[in-house]
Structures are given as structure tokens and as C-alpha cells.
Write a protein of this length. Sequence first.
Length: 582
Amino acid sequence: MDIFDLLSMIGGLCLFLFGMNVMGSALERRAGGSLKTILGKLTTNPALGLITGMGVTAVIQSSSATTVMVVGFVNSGLMSLRQAISVIMGANIGTTVTAWILSLSGISGDNIFIQLLKPTSFTPILALIGIIFYMFGKDSKKKDTAMILLGFATLMFGMDAMSGAVAGLKDSEAFRQLFILFQNPILGVLAGAILTAIIQSSSASVGILQALAATGQITLGAAIPIIMGQNIGTCITAILSAIGATKNAKRAALVHLSFNVIGTVILLVIFMILKAALAPAILMESASFMSIAVAHSVFNVLCTLILLPMSRVLERLAILLIPESKLPEEKTELDERLLATPAIALARSHTMATEMAGIAFDTLKGGMTCLKEYSPEKGELIREGEERTDRYEDLLSTYLVKLSYKNLTEEEGGEVTKLLKMIGDFERISDHGVNILESAEELRQKELCFTPAAREELSVICDAVTEICDLTLEAFLKDDVSQAAKVEALEQIIDDLKETLRTRHIKRLQAGNCSIEAGFVWSDLLTNMERISDHCSNITGCLLEMNRPDLNLHEVLRDYRASSEEYKESLAAYGEKYALPC
């Protein structure tokens, strides 16, 4: 093996790792919605968790990514430690799919059907289809499909390049002596663990081992301990992701490590006993692509069969090693580990935005209630609600901006933009709730009061604002565009009410029926009511905007009001419902 073979091997390795990364990321994006659905249905049933872990890892081709996801779920309180254990075990089995795909490179034979199964035969066709989809596909799903195909093709070409580059090592005595050292199982485990920890992917390290097996110098007896060590090395990713996480998230990472270490120790002892007592001839045979894939699968399946019944023991061990602290631990609402899976990070953001919306509208309604029934306790709750929505806005806006830099589908990108716009409106609605509270406090402190006519008019506009808030919240929670007609019509009615009430107030001032100080409060209240309806219109307008990405928000609303018959019908109905007394 000369310098040019070494350069070819490095190039092949780079293509292999790049292709695996591209394919895994594209698979994750393409299956994002499915992952969200699957993981959303998790129960405490260990069998279901095991199957889920297997399925998700087989789809995204990375047990490390699945485990990091699990650590993020536990850290966010979306998954319990007990649920996480079975998912982690399933991920170890799911990751063996990659080795089986790569084993296709080792197929040999003159039969045309066997030749067609070789990656060198069908990979160019997949690459051609992928580049056509990538260059001419318009939607994000076709682009992701293209990246899956191109990533797979790149991975396979890299694998072929590595195998070809190391072929010259089959006659190298130094290389043969190196792998004679790995006949010592302990050294083999250490080598596998170190390599995998460096590249942070057991699938990739198994692929490298398969490429080296093409030399014929690696025996199955040397390969098996290396495979065992690879399972320990892959734990480094989850351990790094648990830094700074909650205790339960750290326990999930520890369970991953302890599961692989205990499984390796048990099976390594059995392997060494069998090797010493029986000296099976098969262990001295040259390892092949297929035999490495089989050994990888058998090892992970046996580990799971041995330790799945002991999942509660692993849980207790993790709790023992990472005990509870005396101080209460704050849960991380938006975990940055989830950003690796945009669909799930987006779902979590939507859940948080829903909580924020509920608090904002409750704060507003509390403020309006204080106009009739004020108490210091209610005032304190309203201010606490406003502070909470401020905190939600800070958390969500920061998180969504980070999410927007990820590789999102067109639909996910639109959803991120929509939420970023909406949370600003939710925060402002809670601010108006505090503004109304302050108006109620001013009336009380200065012993001001409105005329009976003004109180009746205020009741009408408060009812209209309450209804528009209810309609807006329902539209947001259900993503219901049909509610937009009612919100837009009611927003126009509230605008008209504000102008009418302002005019009537001026007439009362002129007649001497209202004090100037009370008039200032009245004007502030009307301004707040009108702006609340504007924010509600903005929120439902964002829902409409998702269906008209070619227009901005104001153009969407203007076009909708001009063309929607449903809007015109709602406008007439609300005009009658909230008609002011003469």
C-alpha cells in the first residue's frame, strides 16, 4: 500500500462519512412528521418502546441520534426514564440495519441477478435519479428524497473506494501482525471503543471494519471484540449531550453506557470462555462483509434479550449513581438537543406557544374582569401572567430562531415563521391585560366612575373583545382557517365601536356629564380594546398567510376581506349583535 492508496482510502473514508451524514439528515427530515407521531404515542410498555427505538433508528440510520433525542425528551419531561431505557435498547438493534446495507458491497458471483444486487451496479442509477430530483424537483420532499439517494450513492462509492484502497494490504505482513494483536479480545474492545468515540458513529465504524475486512487479513475472532467495543464507543455522543441536562437526562445517558458496558462484559466473558474451551474454527476464518453484519446484529440482539428484563435494575443503578438533590430541579421546557430533530423541536415549540396563548388570554380576561370586580389578589395574578408570557416569548423566540437555521422542510419553515409572528402578538395581548388592570386601579385610586351610559357601552365592547379572543384562541389551537372570517369581521366591528364610543364620549364631555380625568381613562381603555382586536386579527391572519405565501400579512387580510362572502356575512351578524344602545 503506497501513498496513493493511502490518499484514496482517506478520500473514500471522507465520502463514506459525508454520505452517511447527508443520507441520515435527509431521512430524518423526510420522516420528521412520522417520528413525531410515533414518539407521541409512546407508553410505559417496554416492548412498544423497544420497537419504537428500533424503528426510529432504522429510519434515521443512527443510534447516536436516537439516543441524543431520547436524552432531550427526558430533559424536557416528554419521556420518563423508564420509557427511555427500552427505546435506547431498541436503538442498538435498529443501528444494525446499516451494516446489512453495507454488506451488499461484498456480494460476488457471475449470475446477472447477483450482479444487479451489487451497489456498483445500482448505485449509479440511484445517483442519476437523485440528481434529477435535486435539480428539477420543486418541493422540499423531492429535494429530501434526492438527498437520500445522493447520500446513499456517495456512501457506497466511499465504501468501494476504501475497499479498493486497502486491497493491497492483503499481502502486508505488518497489517497482518497488527490484527494478530486484536486476537486479544481486550485490545479489540478498546480499539473499537476508541475509533467509534472519535467518529461518534457505530454504523460508520462498522462500515470501516467491513472495508478493512476486504483485505482478508481480519479474522472473525478479531472482528467480534472490535464490534463489541464499537457499542461502548457510540455512548460518547449521548454522554456529551447530557452535559448541563437534568438529572433524569443524565441518567438516560448513563443507562445507555451501562447497558452497552454490561452487555459487552457479559458477552465478552462468554466469548472468551468459548474461544478458550472449544476454539471454534470459524473464529480463525477471514471476516467478510456479511459475517460482520451478522456478528453486529447477533451481539446487539443478545444484549437486549439479556438486559431487557433487567431494565428496572438499570433504572435503579442510574438513580443510585446520580441521586436526587435536595433542591428542586427546574425542567428544561425547550431543550436544544431536540433541534437535531426539527419536526419534534417544532412540535414542542407549538406546545409551548399553546401554553403561552392560554396564559396571555387569561391575563387579558382577568384585566377586563377587574373593571367590574377589582381585588389586589387578582391584580397580582394578572401581573404574574404577563411576566410569564414575557418569559415564554424570550424562550420561544430564541429557540425558534435557532431552529430556523436547521435544514427544515418548506412546511416546517413556514410553521416556524408563523409561530415567531404569533408569539409577539400573544405577548402584546397580555401587556394590554395589564394596561386594562392599571386603568381599573386608576379608577379605584382616584375614585372616578363612568356614567351609566358609558358603563353600558363599555360592557358591549368588552363582550366583543372577549368573543374575538375566544375565536382567535380556538383558531390557533385547531389551526382553523374558517374562524378567520369571524375574527376579521369582529375586528372591524370593534374598530367601529371604538370610533363611535370615542365620539359619544366627546359629546358627554361637552355636556358636562363626564369628568376630564375619567375621560383619559376611557380613552386608554378604548385604545387597548382596539389594539387587542388588531393582535387577534394578526394571529388569524398568519393562518391565512400560510395558504398565500406570495402575499404579505396586510395584503392577505385586505384581499380576504374584499373577496370572502363568509366575512361579509359575519360582519353583518356581528354588527347586529354588538349594536350600541341609542
